[in-house]
Write a protein that binds this ligand. Structure first.
Ligand code: THU
Length: 134
């Protein structure tokens, strides 16, 4: 598949602008790309009861599910204007693992220092994750 990581990161940047994050003032945007070629955006949504906050990545994956996506995740771009290399939290890594094409091929796309793009695999950031035996 011809994936433009720059384009995917742009979609994550756009999503971060919709963030509802009055408590942390730390906006996050994500855009998840599926094998089908479809892309879905998500942003973090905070709550006065802090622990109920929804991360951008899980919002993007939920967006895919409600839109009927059934293929696997090729890549996800994540962006925060507050922090370079804005990596997914542990809960979001577990969610990505559930729907990933596979740990090696599913890519995590981040804005690196010097405006470069950093490409990691899910395996790099989530080895030995929990899964039921197939
Ligand atoms: N956040 C995300 O959206 N994704 C992550 O993977 C880590 C953290 C959000 C949650 C909260 O709204 C803000 O970033 C600060 O923790």
């Amino acid at each position: 598949m011809n994936i433009s990581y720059t384009e995917l990161l742009k979609d994550a940047i756009e999503a971060s602008k919709k963030s509802y994050s009055p408590y942390s003032t730390f906006p996050v945007g994500a855009c998840v790309l599926y094998e089908s070629g479809n892309k879905y955006q998500g942003c973090n949504v905070e709550n006065a009861s802090y622990g109920l906050t929804l991360c951008a990545e899980r919002n993007a994956i939920s967006n895919a599910i409600i839109n009927g996506e059934t293929s696997k995740i090729e890549a996800i771009a994540i962006y925060s204007p507050k922090q370079k290399r804005c990596l997914p939290c542990g809960a979001c890594r577990q969610w990505l693992s559930e729907f990933a094409k596979n740990e090696k091929e599913t890519k995590i796309i981040l804005e690196d220092t010097n405006d470069k793009i950093l490409v990691l695999s899910l395996e790099d950031i989530f080895p030995y994750g929990f899964k039921f035996d197939e």
